[in-house]
Design a binder for this molecule. Structure first.
Ligand SMILES: Nc1nc(=O)c2ncn([C@@H]3O[C@@H]4COP(=O)(O)O[C@H]5[C@@H](O)[C@H](n6cnc7c(N)ncnc76)O[C@@H]5COP(=O)(O)O[C@@H]3[C@@H]4O)c2[nH]1
Lengths: 186, 186
């Protein structure tokens, strides 16, 4: 089951490495941006991980919703990995505006392995197609959720946001979902 | 089958992005290092991908064999991916000395997904153990080899090097294997 392995890979090869360092990255970022930054609520000191059920991942989140703007990147983390000296791990910070006009900063990205699921479903030799893909996304989400719930290193450092397909009609669907999750924490 | 998904992920999320740019990266690197660099043979303009059958990946290749030294990194490639702005992709260049004393430069790294296989085999909830792991490495290798052989964008840009377990006894096993593959091309 492809999704099972991708969830483990995402945890073992990425989240387990970066989530423990996230708090420090945000603190030093906030120190460098004191004068200009909008509020950093308590909810926004976590990595928000977007999991769209249709696997359609955007490379630039601001293209999805004009209430979302790229703000800056967190400082780079350099880790020697499998022969690559100083492999760079980083996250992007976005400014998300609510319907009431108030803006919040947050660290958000799509779950990268969904790109693999999406692309595999279009490669005939990869062995699965669009009908199975939605099941694989759900399996990815549940497996990842269970792994993270049992991970002491990652506790309270992330939030998984499962995105349903009805997002097509509302141009501000994504910013509303993100804000709802951010404000839930405070 | 975990290895099948990891091979596709490695191709779709990495090799397909970086291999077409490798030639240009090496050319600009060579221009910047003209005065000091040892020979860049024809065989070394490919990414050498190490696949150890026992899944035991080292983070610093020079730790494996004292005839291998880290030389420098190729220039960074920055690509917007899944909400991460300017995600960095790079490779490390190593200087490999032969038994006759002559040194060659090459771009080499371990296949990172093997780290996932290794770590999963030690996580009880991940669903497979050490006995199945070797089979998974072979499946990873064969799947990757077939995908790459059918990829027009990646043709002639890589070399898969399957490493057998008998490497424990010879302290210069790895450098000899790498040089044999490099010189095969010229
Ligand atoms: N958002 C995000 N930022 C990152 O820096 C990052 N690094 C990894 N991942 C995701 O975590 C998981 C485990 O990564 P691993 O390194 O074992 O496999 C990686 C690795 O073998 C290879 N690869 C990708 N990027 C690089 C890179 N920069 N250098 C070397 N290898 C890389 O190709 C595989 C698939 O990559 P992605 O499909 O981008 O998603 C990965 C994967 O789902 C990331 N996700």
């Amino acid at each position: 089951n492809v999704a099972h392995g991708l969830a483990w890979s995402f945890y073992l090869g990425y989240l387990r490495l970066v989530l423990p360092r996230l708090e420090d990255s945000i603190t030093s970022f906030h120190a460098d941006h004191k004068a200009s930054s909008p509020r950093w609520g308590r909810g926004s000191r976590k990595l928000l991980i977007l999991i769209p059920l249709d696997s359609k991942v955007s490379h630039k989140i601001e293209d999805e919703d004009d209430n979302i703007h790229f703000y800056d990147n967190l400082p780079n983390n350099e880790i020697d990995r499998a022969g690559v000296r100083g492999r760079v791990y980083k996250h992007s910070v976005y400014r998300v505006r609510g319907e009431h006009g108030k803006a919040h900063l947050c660290v958000v990205e799509y779950a990268t392995p969904l790109l693999t699921l999406y692309n595999m479903s279009h490669e005939s030799s990869a062995g699965f197609g669009e009908p199975e893909r939605r099941q694989q996304v759900l399996l990815f989400y549940r497996t990842l959720r269970d792994i993270l719930e049992n991970s002491l290193q990652c506790r309270n450092r992330y939030k998984l946001i499962l995105l349903n397909d009805e997002r097509e009609d509302d141009p501000h669907f994504l910013s509303k979902v993100i804000l709802r999750h951010l404000l839930q924490q405070e």
